[in-house]
Design a protein around this ligand. Structure first.
Ligand SMILES: [Cu+2]
Ligand SMILES: [Zn+2]
Length: 213
């Protein structure tokens, strides 16, 4: 003879399932767990970030303009964290340059005919054209009071490259970065060689050197 479940048991099971499903939909996030910060990868929070290196930002007169910190956030991805001040309000191009030497009025290591502020820091880190260099980062926005902060995660560069024998530098430029985005109506051939070097970002105004220990 086939056993049948009592109707009351079936009903209570159904109610339990419904309650469970409804509960899952409305369960709030634990209050002590902040949402992941923008730019973080799955499961990584700012708390997981480990400082790799840090540099003081200086202008050509040697005055402090804040700090830049490199953090290992997750699986080798790096966060570049900038806290700057004393900048001209508006957008400024920022890049990682090849040499950790921030010398005012120095000679370009690749072109001895060029001399200027922080040219000792070399060109953009990485191969190819701007904005595909490992060096290239989103711009920094300086507020009306000249302060600026930025936190960006990049997977284009690793800490060994930043902290190789001659180090590297974080450079803030006077002008915005055009990311070599030159519309056809301005130039039929697109960006020229000069633009593909550094995005027409103008002089280097602030520099911070990352050096190996
Ligand atoms: Cu640059
Ligand atoms: Zn570049």
């Amino acid at each position: 003879m086939r056993a049948t479940l009592p109707a009351a048991l079936i009903l209570s099971s159904a109610l339990a399932l419904t309650a469970c499903a409804a509960g899952e939909k409305t369960t709030p996030l634990p209050a002590d767990e902040p949402p992941p910060a923008a730019g973080m990868t799955d499961g990584a929070t700012e708390d997981d970030a480990v400082e790799v290196t840090r540099a003081e930002l200086k202008d050509a007169d040697g005055a402090s303009r804040g700090t830049v910190t490199i953090e290992d956030v997750d699986d080798g991805r790096l966060a570049v964290v900038v806290e700057a001040s004393g900048l001209t309000p508006g957008f400024h191009a920022v890049h990682l340059h090849t040499i950790g030497k921030c010398e005012p009025n120095s000679v370009d290591p690749k072109d001895a005919t060029k001399k200027g502020d922080f040219l000792s820091s070399g060109g953009h880190l990485g191969e190819g054209d701007h904005p595909d260099h490992a060096a290239d980062l989103p711009p920094l926005l300086a507020l009306k009071d000249g302060t600026a902060s930025l936190r960006v995660v990049t997977d284009r560069v690793d800490s060994d490259t930043l902290l190789d024998d001659d180090g590297s530098a974080f450079v803030v430029h006077e002008k915005p970065d055009n990311f070599a985005n030159i519309p056809e109506r301005y130039a039929s051939g697109g960006a020229d060689a000069e633009t593909k070097k550094a995005g027409d970002a103008g002089p280097r105004v602030v520099c911070g050197a990352f050096l190996p220990e």
